[in-house]
Design a protein around this ligand. Structure first.
Ligand code: PHE
Length: 340
């Protein structure tokens, strides 16, 4: 019996030495320690052994069993360590390798201008509003004092979709929307950048362009407020030393109306090819909101007054970034766009 146990022990230990993976280790565990293992059988055979031998054999078998259990556990831990080391080796990252470059986009010049204008006007207490690009004739023209058949409708070549709907030709439509939504409930100070559409296409005009409209309605708003506001706009957005020039003009929704020029930022007003030797560049239209517009949009012109202005943002971007042709802004050419 003793020899049998010793033989099992020797065999098991030798087999254990050779094991390199968990599965065979498991098989070995079953073979030597399981319910049907030889060691278990020895203990079952105890009945056939002389009485005085039993305790000795029993304790020997138990000792071997405990030892084997211990050794198998050790082996298990050893194998786990090896496996972990292998895994770490396989998943190792070399942090010194150069990374893959991610191509970054840049802000479109028109978007940069929009953001600057929004920041400036929000800092003066304005809200930023928006309206639909597919607009009704009513908001785009009628409520702005441009009834059907008004000759001034010819000032803007429009894309009509139906008799009633058109692609808005001016962000002024948002003036009417903002006033009607408010109807004397509160004073208005709003700026509204957005896309506009007209049937024109050349180096300085595109069929789609971007305008920003400004509108202020309150009690006692005067031309001085308009002038002061536009002066701040010119100094902050166009250039510290910019001067403004107001030329009387005509818009159906403002009275009086002006076209506003800014001193040429290339030559500072001396005259160059950019300003066509005049020293001035036209940047926006503006005026005091027409009483008819106030009335139609729910404001009593006896109590309220206001000013409005509208400017083309592509022009501002072209001046700021020295872009010679407006169409570059829409060509979607990375070589152009990545310069900003
Ligand atoms: N909507 C005018 C245009 O597109 C600009 C403008 C806006 C003029 C507001 C006066 C007041 O030409």
């Amino acid at each position: 019996m003793k020899e049998k146990i010793a033989k099992i022990e020797k065999e098991a230990k030798e087999a254990l030495e050779k094991i390199v993976d968990k599965q065979t280790l498991n098989e070995l565990k079953i073979k030597y320690l399981g319910k049907k293992s030889e060691l278990t059988n020895v203990l079952k055979d105890m009945a056939n052994i002389a009485k005085e031998e039993r305790p000795k054999i029993g304790s020997l078998a138990n000792k071997v069993r405990n030892e084997l259990e211990e050794k198998i556990k050790e082996k298990e831990q050893e194998l786990e360590k090896i496996e972990l080391a292998r895994k770490i080796e396989k998943e190792k990252i070399d942090v010194t390798l150069p990374g893959t470059k991610v191509k970054k986009g840049t802000k479109h010049p028109v978007n940069s201008v929009i953001e600057e204008i929004e920041d400036l006007f929000v800092s003066m207490g304005y809200t930023v509003e928006s309206g639909p690009e597919l607009e009704t004739d009513r908001f785009c023209f009628e409520l702005l004092n441009l009834p059907q058949g008004h000759p001034a409708r010819d000032m803007q070549d429009s894309f009509y979709i139906t008799d009633e709907y058109l692609l808005r030709t001016q962000t002024s439509a948002v003036q009417a929307r903002t006033m009607l939504a408010n109807k004397e409930k509160s004073p208005i100070r709003m700026i509204c950048p957005g896309k506009t559409y007209r049937r024109e296409d050349d180096a300085t005009h595109s069929h789609q362009f971007t305008q920003a409209e400004g509108l202020v309605i309150d009690k006692n708003i005067s031309f001085a407020d308009l002038k002061g506001t536009l002066e701040i706009f010119a100094k902050e957005i166009i250039g510290k030393n910019s001067k403004l020039r107001f030329r009387p003009s005509y818009f159906p929704f403002t009275e009086p109306s002006y076209e506003v020029d800014v001193s040429c930022f290339k030559c500072g007003g001396k005259g160059c090819n950019l300003c066509k030797k005049t020293g001035w560049i036209e940047v926006l239209g503006a005026g005091m909101v027409h009483p008819n517009v106030l009335t139609m949009c729910g404001y009593d012109p006896e109590k309220y007054s206001g000013f409005a202005f509208g400017l083309g943002l592509e022009r501002i971007a072209m001046f700021k970034y020295n872009i010679p042709d407006m169409r570059y802004l829409y060509a979607n050419d990375v070589r152009f766009l990545s310069q900003f």
